[in-house]
Design a protein around this ligand. Structure first.
Ligand SMILES: Nc1nc(=O)c2c([nH]1)NC[C@@H]1CN(c3ccc(C(=O)N[C@@H](CCC(=O)O)C(=O)O)cc3)CN21
Ligand SMILES: CC(C)C(=O)C(=O)O
Ligand SMILES: [Mg+2]
Length: 278
């Protein structure tokens, strides 16, 4: 377990010495504390919280208020990890001024270390402006979930030559605009390798193969909390969902049988006090 705060300059140093960046999403205080204590390099308050924490179908309903609320909670549980907050849908697309103001709220009100925006060419001016406002920006290319209705579903991107070339050029463009890292989501691993080799800034993959400079997964996915969401790129490192179910079943059974609470869980009252109560 390391005990040093991870900063934006560590991103490039990790890439330079070939050490992979380990990133996970977190959406609340208690989980952030566990992940930070375990030594994760970076935490992402993803707008995926709309799906994992709020039960929405996609990420489009997530608001700035949602992101600030959850980022504040994660901040309180984070000591060493580099804390990135997603900019939610429509908080940065309308114009550059609104984008800077909203990025600033995530930093000033919620104390994020950096913000993440989805998009390539169309985000170049926005990325430049946010960086000019002294806020590190992580870019996000490939399957950008806020474009779900443009893509027509959560589909792997960059499979044909035109798409693949465009993604390479967009990755270079967001780097040139000042992004400190790029998330590559659900693209072929060979394409992610080409992009990772062409860029100086690190790539952080999710469903983009082992040649990215880092990896990110949604925490609930990697600890096995969902029964139905099992995309190809997720590896379950634990079966916490099954453990929670078993624990709750045992709890219910023990309440019904009277086994819980036991004497060790209860508080004492002296005999002479009790007598006077009758
Ligand atoms: N819990 C959770 N985990 C995530 O990784 C995640 C979210 N939520 N919400 C926001 C986006 C949405 N993501 C998704 C959602 C579905 C697929 C999916 O069904 N993928 C198919 C591939 C489809 C294709 O072949 O084109 C798969 O089988 O992996 C992928 C990414 C990733 N993000
Ligand atoms: C999956 C990651 C990259 C993300 O953007 C999110 O969790 O919202
Ligand atoms: Mg996101």
């Amino acid at each position: 377990m390391k005990d040093k705060k991870f900063t934006v300059s560590d991103f490039r140093e990790f890439k330079a010495r070939g050490e992979k960046i380990a990133m996970l999403t977190a959406y609340d205080y208690s989980m952030a504390k566990l992940l930070d204590d375990a030594g994760v390099d970076s935490l992402l308050v993803g707008d995926s919280l709309g799906m994992t924490m709020l039960g929405y179908e996609n990420t489009l309903q997530v608001t700035m208020e949602d992101m600030i609320h959850h980022t504040k909670a994660v901040r309180r549980g984070t000591k060493n990890a580099f804390l990135v907050a997603d900019m939610p849908y429509l908080s940065y697309e309308i114009n550059v001024e609104e984008a800077v103001r909203n990025a600033g709220r995530l930093v000033r009100e919620a104390q994020a270390d950096a913000v993440k925006v989805e998009g390539g060419y169309e985000m170049v001016e926005t990325i430049k402006a946010i960086v000019r406002a002294k806020i590190p920006v992580v870019a996000h290319l490939g399957l950008t979930p806020q474009s779900v209705n443009i893509f027509g579903g959560f589909k792997v991107q960059g499979k044909n030559l035109d798409q693949a070339q465009k993604l390479i050029e967009e990755a270079l463009a967001v780097q040139e605009a000042g992004a400190c890292a790029v998330v590559l989501e659900c693209i072929p691993s060979r394409l992610a390798k080409v992009i990772s080799e062409k860029l100086e800034i690190p790539t952080i993959g999710i469903g983009a193969g082992a040649d990215c400079d880092g990896q990110v997964l949604v925490i609930q996915d990697m600890i096995g909390m969902f029964k139905t969401f099992t995309p190809k790129f997720v590896k379950k490192f634990a079966s916490v969902g099954e453990e929670i179910e078993a624990a709750v079943e045992a709890y219910i059974t023990e309440i019904k049988s009277g086994a819980f609470p036991g004497p060790e869980h209860t508080f004492k009252l002296a005999d002479e006090v009790l007598e006077k109560l009758y």
